[in-house]
Design a protein. Sequence first.
Lengths: 110, 119
Amino acid sequence: EDQVTQSPEALRLQEGESSSLNCSYTVSGLRGLFWYRQDPGKGPEFLFTLYSAGEEKEKERLKATLTKKESFLHITAPKPEDSATYLCAVPFYGNNRLAFGKGNQVVVIP
Amino acid sequence: GAVVSQHPSRVICKSGTSVKIECRSLDFQATTMFWYRQFPKQSLMLMATSNEGSKATYEQGVEKDKFLINHASLTLSTLTVTSAHPEDSSFYICSASRFGDALAKNIQYFGAGTRLSVL
């Protein structure tokens, strides 16, 4: 059973068109939820970590929120340079390994 | 920042040869390093977890003798793909967690990845 599910798989946005990406998780005893950005042919770049329900983090046009069952990554007024795959991950219970979702591939059209 | 350097970025080799990939944490000491494999349009699949000075822990289905991991210091881990075959062609990525950073617990910082092509 998947521990992390991301939706939508792919998203095309017009520049300036705000949207949200969803990450739902099934692990118990959540010890953090992580968002990464990955560009084609590159390793993931750390964006945010959220540890408790209600927590929010912001970075430029990105804002991550967390509930007890899911996290959202809101992209406000995106620009073409926000085009990337956004990965969500949670630690396996009891150790520090990360389980990744399949990612949200975002394309922002000028 | 937390910079992880991975080398080489790309390698092409003949079938049957061995390839070594290095992963270094440049500005911090890494408690643990991880090795992932990623297929096109797929997410990261954890291959093994490496702790300095001890044997690596491999995920189910990953061949220990095929993918040799050495973690000789708190800043360096290596992955050697032994007797590589075309099916080993993939994108390999390493990551590292900071040592002793309670505020950043579990955060993994990734290298840029290595594209392996086995002919």
